[in-house]
Design a protein. Structure first.
Length: 104
């Protein structure tokens, strides 16, 4: 096993910092850093919008199911036996031929 000098890592960090912040590499460093930050920001925003879209789709599915239930309830309430039951309950009778007006 080789014995490493204590200052090797420190020298590497210093050389890396000198390279990244020297006048020739600084534009590359700033560009790469900016692109990396923008990539992360756009990715996070995309994930956030995907969650929002899933919530909206779930709400739409619930509304569609509720709409079907309401249509079924309306069809049940508008059935002939149910209408006759309402007529008896509220004292209504079928209209005579003279009371029916046809609109062309």
């Amino acid at each position: 096993m080789a014995i490493r000098k204590k200052g090797t890592k420190l020298k590497f960090n210093n050389r890396l910092m000198e390279f990244l912040f020297n006048p020739q590499a600084l534009p590359f460093t700033l560009t790469f850093t900016t692109l990396a930050i923008l990539f992360v920001a756009f990715r996070m925003k995309g994930i956030e919008q995907a969650y929002s879209l899933n919530i909206i789709n779930a709400d739409i599915d619930k509304a569609i199911i509720r709409n079907k239930e309401l249509k079924a309830q309306r069809a049940k309430d508008m059935s002939v036996p149910k209408l006759r039951e309402f007529a008896v309950k509220y004292g209504l009778k079928e209209p005579g031929p003279e009371q029916i007006i046809l609109i062309p």
